[in-house]
Design a binder for this molecule. Structure first.
Ligand code: KIV
Length: 293
């Protein structure tokens, strides 16, 4: 009879045994602050399962976002609005297992899905606890203004937080589509106020999505304690994030302007991720004239 012992090598995938020693130091909150203070770009990529998370970790991606973009790329939904907390918990657990199987280095960010933090600070804490217990090191939530007190509440209770401003996909219907945000003087000033408030509330990272490059550069300069992570926000943010499937060219539609297909010249997924990490670190991706507004 075939043994089902977990010590036997699985024929599916080639992740090493769980006991493989880490060769790099795990990313921590102080390390993220220190990288930001030194001006070293922070790399972030989404991942939703163990294998891609393990490869991203091995490729040197410092922060893995288990984004609710999984609603689109894994579940086939038309927006992130339908993603549930239980689904996010499942994917965070999978990513955590993958990261632990290889380097165990990457910082894992769990996206709080729509409706899981909107009612009250207490609801947000309960939802964040689910993702932290599933293996996240940090949670991400969208929006400014009303989220400030929620962020403060979570940070005071030991939960590191990443904010998300600009194009916030969970409110795509209210925004009227996937459009560049902060183009008017008033909306740019509001985005700056919201960013400062999130920093003051203790957010460590802040995703800026589809924001004019000049504005995100200004916001980045105004936030010494909170590292901006751009996606369609120009080259001057403290770090960059892309959705995994987009940067690997795994889609049937047209990529957004801010995406580069790193797989095109890479030859392997790991190679594509390593090129991405290098390009973010040396500032050659993104290029404002090509990928920003
Ligand atoms: O869910 C996600 O993948 C995100 C990124 C687009 C930043 O929020």
């Amino acid at each position: 009879m075939t043994s089902t012992s977990p010590n036997n090598a699985s024929p599916y995938g080639t992740l090493p045994p769980a006991s493989s020693p880490a060769t790099r130091k795990p990313v921590s909150l102080p390390r993220l602050h220190e990288m930001h203070a030194r001006g070293e770009k922070i790399t972030m990529l989404t991942a939703y399962d163990a294998t891609f998370a393990a490869v991203a970790d091995a490729a040197g991606v410092e922060t893995i976002l288990v984004g609710d973009s999984l609603g689109m790329v894994c579940q086939g939904l038309s927006s992130t609005v339908g993603v549930t907390l239980e689904t996010m918990r499942y994917h965070v657990e999978s990513v955590k297992r993958g990261v632990l199987r290889v380097q165990g280095t990457a910082w894992i960010i769990g996206d709080l899905p729509y409706g899981s933090y909107h009612e009250s600070k207490e609801q947000a804490f309960r939802s964040a606890a689910v993702l932290m217990q599933a293996g996240a090191h940090m949670v991400k939530l969208e929006g400014g203004g009303w989220t400030t007190e929620t962020v403060r509440f979570l940070v005071e209770r030991g939960i590191p937080v990443c904010g998300h401003l600009g194009l916030t996909p969970q409110t795509v219907h209210a925004l009227g589509g996937y459009r560049v945000q902060g183009k008017t003087e008033a909306s740019a000033a509001q985005l700056m106020r919201d960013s400062l408030a999130l920093q003051d509330a203790g957010a460590t990272l802040l995703v800026l999505e589809m924001v004019p490059a000049a504005l995100s550069a200004e916001v980045t300069r105004a936030l010494p304690q909170c590292a901006t992570i751009g996606i369609g926000a120009g080259v001057d943010t403290a770090g960059q994030v892309l959705v995994l499937h987009d940067m690997l060219g795994v889609n049937l539609g047209k990529n957004a302007k801010f995406v580069r297909n790193f797989m095109a010249d890479a030859g392997s997924v790991r190679g594509a991720m390593e090129t991405y990490v290098r390009a973010v670190k040396d500032g050659s991706f993104p290029v404002n004239a090509e990928h920003a507004w």
